[in-house]
Ligand binder design. Sequence first.
Ligand SMILES: Cc1ncc(COP(=O)(O)O)c(C=O)c1O
Length: 375
Amino acid sequence: MIYLDYAATTPLHEEVLEGYYKVLKQYYGNSDSLHEIGRKADRLMKQSRMQVASSLCVKETEIFFTSCASESNNMAIKGYAFANAHKGKHLITTAVEHSSVLETMKQLEEVFGFSITYLPVSEDGVVRLSDLAAAVREDTILVSCMYINNETGAINPIKELAAYVHTHTKAVFHCDCVQALGKYELPLQDVDMATMSAHKIYGLKGCGLLYKREHLPIIALISAGQQEQHLRGGTSNAPAYTMWAKTIRLALDHQREHFAYVKTLHEMLYEAFSNMEGFVINSPQNGSVYILNVSCEQIGSEIMLNALNARGFAVSAQSTCASKGKPHSYVLAAMGLGELRATHAIRISLSHLTTIAEIEQFLQVIKEIYHEYRT
Ligand SMILES: Cc1ncc(COP(=O)(O)O)c(C=O)c1O
């Protein structure tokens, strides 16, 4: 099988696997226990937090380990909204966020009486500063905008958007950086909170991270013990959290060379799809080099995915979290690309592990499928 679905998840790095196995076996103590077995696990976790903070150029007290990026998004948005509702009950996000942001916002609106504004995006899938400026209100307390869109690779101008929020409002800025970590430089100095996930960068599944600027008030969604500065209770998953350090180091150490290589793959794909009969590119040309979204207007997403799968290629149609429903990309719809493109799209996502030969085979096969299935 040729895997071209790296935005959904990645295979585990061998070094992370080896390290994890060792830590799981040898450091099984509860990191909150006072005896030496617990203290050893705690020390490893602390070291990892320090290394992660140093890699990201932030303070270790600003790093919170979680079970996944979906949890981090919930923790940041609900945690901040609940702790600051007395300042205002208006939040702003975009129409194209990951479901963990959109569903969180929906719940805040429907269950907890907050008011939410969903910013539109341009035809390139990018948020415009003018739309943000028009949406902010006196009672806006938080703006959440992703850095790189997981379906199209569109890159938002986070520095500019966050600067506007900080100079013109009293709101804080949260950024979902899941598809950017290890690929693009993160705008952590510009934002107040940021979300990351290990399994998108060859780390463990069930392992997320929230960066939260020091002293920014949020409340715990999992109330229990002293873990994560009392902001996320429950026995720490110390072995998994310990592996964050290695995961992030491996990703950042090789970020530049991986990026340069993947850019050549992306150019190859972009060029091929620009000239391919029956296909239209949905991703902006200046988007992430790791993601390319295309539609074949004569073949629906599901049929295309199944045909590719049958020939040994793994790609996605939309965000994997929504993949069990009827294929319809709310992201492409929000970009104004029309119903047909939204229901006939596939996402190809790349890695430094992808070879040129794999791309060549993929292009060959997708052309064959087009000729076989077109109506
Ligand atoms: C942009 C974005 N945010 C959040 C998530 C959720 O990540 P996790 O699987 O760690 O919950 C994903 C995963 O697809 C994503 O692409």
